[in-house]
Write a protein that binds this ligand. Sequence first.
Ligand SMILES: C[S@@+](CC[C@H](N)C(=O)[O-])C[C@H]1O[C@@H](n2cnc3c(N)ncnc32)[C@H](O)[C@@H]1O
Length: 426
Amino acid sequence: MKRFIYLLSTRPDIMGSKDEALGLHGTFVPNKSQSIHRWYPYVEGFSNEFVSSLLNEFAIKGQTVYDPFAGTGTTVCVAQNLGMKSVYSEINPFMRLVIEAKTNHANNVITDIESMSEYFERVTSHATSHPISQKSAIQLQTKAFGKSEIFSGKDLIEIISIKESLAELNPDNESFKAIADMALGSIAVGSSNMIRRADLRKRKAKEFNLPNYSVIDCFKEKLNQILNDLRELTITKEDFRPKLLGNSALVSHGEDMVDVVLTSPPYVNGTNYFRNTKIELWLTGFIQSTNDLRDLRDKAMAAGINSVSKRGRAASKIKSVEDIATKIDAIVVENGKDKRVPELIRRYFSDTILWLENSYRLLKEGGKIIVDIGDSYFYNIHVPADRLLLEIAESVGFRHIETRYVRDRHSNNGKPLKQVLHIMSK
Ligand SMILES: C[S@@+](CC[C@H](N)C(=O)[O-])C[C@H]1O[C@@H](n2cnc3c(N)ncnc32)[C@H](O)[C@@H]1O
């Protein structure tokens, strides 16, 4: 039976139908105006309310919640606020910085906000009084991004001057710097010649910032927003602060320690989470150039066409996945299409076995897992990721409780798709 849920999550990396009553609560949009959640603007996130309603239904105070694909940390932030313990994994180091800034670093600075404010002041004054030369700024950008002009003119000089000031001025409390780094990442795309829609792309003529846009002013505003949010925050007890279990959800991190798993794994749809955060990753020092993205991509779940390379993990064979992948193989051969597509399908579901097995191991007996998942089309062949995930979960040992229908979506060529929540138990 279909049961609809009204506090929707959103995965705008896949288009939803235009007439559905998504409303603001169904998107990450409410998070953008909410204390702490607004620090880093995210596209592929759950809404805070969506996670709250699920955690209130499936977990109780004091229990432990795990999000294997933590993203911007909505699950762990909400769990912390509800008095639950939480653990997470997240492969993207910049996203881990965002999660840690919003939780553990925030807690570390609560009693010393005025010293952090003075440090922020020193960083912005230093960036203003010691601008990098235009020549050096262009060299640094070219070393990182080749010919792509990510930032131009004054914006390039200002953003690199902030990056250099952060590298030069070391505060006593390392959480001050972590939060300031996160703030720099947070204003990165907005200060660049790129724009994030579903994916990162170049701005069109009418999308550029006004000529009086100032990167340093924008950075100051972000820092003030953070300081204001922190002044309202109360300290979280050590027990309820989120803990990183390990970077990758594809690697085992223990057993029998979690009551509820709540997650939205990457969909099999081509979102390249690393390419989308390459500017943030560079500004915060996690990559030196786009060449370094490759190593990160290899460790991530195979979900986009760019994650299919010779170096990747070999895929385990799954009968029902083969039924679909071989149909796509035939189209690839007949029509000279991209042969990485059927390989992506195979690897995606093979990785699905890994993270579901790990989640099963981590869950206590009777524990619940709630997975947000959607289907896809490739070359007009339907890839029922929701059905396949359920089948794999059952083969791993999970018992299906129910599936809730979240919303209609549609593929790029207008075919109907959906987003569902599978609820299962160990
Ligand atoms: C759909 S997003 C999750 C968004 C999250 N629910 C939120 O509200 O912010 C999926 C996340 O999975 C992460 N990811 C991909 N492969 C991973 C892996 N092997 N281990 C852990 N995280 C991974 C991506 O970096 C991305 O942040």
